[in-house]
Ligand binder design. Structure first.
Ligand code: PLP
Length: 493
């Protein structure tokens, strides 16, 4: 099982090296040369717990790791850090299932992959005989940052440096990151939006001279963003696991196709669902839910990707993204591995902020449905669902739920459907309680945590209980053109 670059100008490499490297040398992303297939019966998957499914999937994608290495990583990742031993519980409300991926330490689905990535990465370094200090760089729209900081804090021989948009994250997300402990953690606000942060990080990865300078001081960069296949592969697990659970509970018949609705930003989560489908998981539609930054909605409906538009700050900030990195991996599959074409359209995206895919690729996009919601619709949905069923959704999950309603209305499809729930309502307390009750003026986001808990009876997750009392340890702010200088300062080089 090898990985090759979407742009075709880098060698095929094994998974450990791909994880260590993050991005390919030709600016492309690593993709599997061939997809593994699900070679056990779905009814057997139904009998596996989360860790067993994880082992089954990881073994297929990360062939150069030993079974023991994978088992150790899985044990260390999916332990009491998660509030529930199920790791990814499935709630049934009305006619849908909510796959709650937010019971990890940072209250968002990023924990699913970032609790295992540090173990995969440090193991990869050992296997490759890499002794330099690994510097994890990530741009975050709020959730990756905290999950990476938490995952890598005090992990030997690593430093973790996170860039977040100064004004583009929720108060709770920001406080989670600025109070992070651990000698090797660095949190930096940049004066710009998420796309600026992500572009800056990608540029750093591709800057030969800067990388050489880093190497000379005994550092190498790696990525905690979903451009790293070490992020992507662990995300395939919960799609397969969920199917097994539905089967086990008798909610579906073996082989029955189901839908997943995924609130989408960088296209990492939904791409993992697509990979699961390519492996043979019976998925009908992958429903891509966006907020008002609806580039993906337009793309799925027209085949034209066009970022010539205003960047909007919404109440689902983890999806405030115009350049979805992982879409490149989907384009690669849609074009059936046409590397020349990927180079061409990615070049177009850089020069014209726009590209159009071929009719054949549009045809191959049929397994996706795209929808989006406005902030107002998102809040209305939180309120309505709560009033009807007492189920509390965060803003991102509500975007997905609303898009599912639109999908059902439009297509009349009655397939069983799973809403991929990406964050705890407590991570976006202000918006959520604002939707449920209108009498909280003047209260800050931390007071509102209590209000939300009293209003809904939903228990406050332990990791944010005393967040406002924690000491702020990170205060660096930098201009978007100064990211490299800031990194050198942080690493004392
Ligand atoms: C990161 C994130 C998303 C978007 O996921 P992608 O993999 O970037 O598409 C959605 N919701 C929440 C809460 C997130 O943290």
């Amino acid at each position: 099982m090898k990985y090759k670059s979407t742009r075709g100008n880098a060698e095929s490499i094994g998974s450990a090296q791909a994880i260590l490297q993050g991005l390919a040398g030709d600016k492309g992303l690593y993709v599997p040369v061939d997809f593994p297939t699900l070679d056990v019966k779905l009814s057997e998957i139904a009998e596996m717990d989360y860790k067993e499914v994880a082992f089954y999937i990881l073994k297929k994608y990360l062939e150069d790791y030993t079974e023991q290495e994978l088992k150790d990583a899985i044990e260390k990742a999916y332990d009491e850090k998660f509030e529930t031993s199920e790791i990814a519980p499935l709630a049934k409300e009305k006619d849908v299932y909510f796959l709650e991926l937010y019971h990890g330490k940072t209250l968002a689905f990023k924990d699913m992959a970032l609790s295992i990535l540090p173990h995969l990465l440090t193991t990869a370094a050992k296997k490759m005989g890499e002794n330099k200090k690994i510097v994890i760089l990530a741009a975050t729209s709020g959730d990756t940052g905290k999950a990476a900081l938490e995952g890598f804090a005090d992990v030997e021989n690593t430093e973790v440096i996170i860039f977040y948009p100064e004004k583009g994250v929720s108060e709770i997300q920001k406080r989670q990151m600025t109070t992070q402990e651990g000698k090797n953690t660095h949190t930096i606000a940049i004066k710009g939006n998420f796309d600026d942060a992500q572009r800056g990080v990608k540029e750093i990865f591709n800057d030969g001279a800067f990388n050489r300078e880093m190497n000379e001081s005994n550092h190498i960069f790696s990525s905690a963003n979903s451009i790293n296949i070490g992020r992507l592969v662990p995300q395939v697990v919960y799609y397969v696991y969920t199917y097994g659970q539905l089967l086990k509970r008798g909610e579906i018949k073996e082989g029955e196709t189901i839908n997943f609705v995924v609130p989408t930003g960088n296209f990492g989560n939904i791409l993992a669902g697509y990979y699961a489908k390519k492996m043979g998981l019976p998925i009908n539609k992958l429903i891509c839910a966006s907020n008002e930054n609806n580039v993906l909605y337009d793309f799925i409906n027209s085949g034209i990707y066009d970022i010539n538009r205003k960047f909007i700050i919404t109440n689902s900030p983890s999806m405030d993204i115009l350049i979805s990195s992982n879409l490149e991996r989907l384009l690669y599959e849609l074009s059936e591995g046409d590397e020349g074409l990927i180079n061409r359209i990615m070049g177009q995206l850089e020069t014209e902020n726009k590209y159009e895919i071929t009719p054949k690729m549009k045809e191959n996009l049929k397994g996706f449905y795209g929808g989006y919601t406005t902030d107002e619709q998102t809040l209305e949905t939180i309120k309505r669902v709560y009033n009807e069923s007492k189920y509390v959704m965060d803003t991102h999950t509500a975007v997905a739920y609303k898009v599912y309603e639109q999908y059902k209305e439009e297509t009349k499809d009655t397939s069983k459907t799973v809403i991929v729930s990406t964050a705890s309502p407590y991570k976006f307390t202000k918006s959520v309680i604002g939707a449920l009750s209108e009498t909280n003026e003047g209260k800050d986001e931390f007071e509102l945590i209590k209000v939300l808990s009293e209003h809904t009876g939903l228990q406050i997750p332990t990791p944010i209980k005393d967040l406002d009392k924690k000491e702020i340890l990170h205060r660096t702010v930098c201009e978007k053109q100064d990211m490299k200088a800031t990194i050198k300062e942080m690493l004392h080089i």
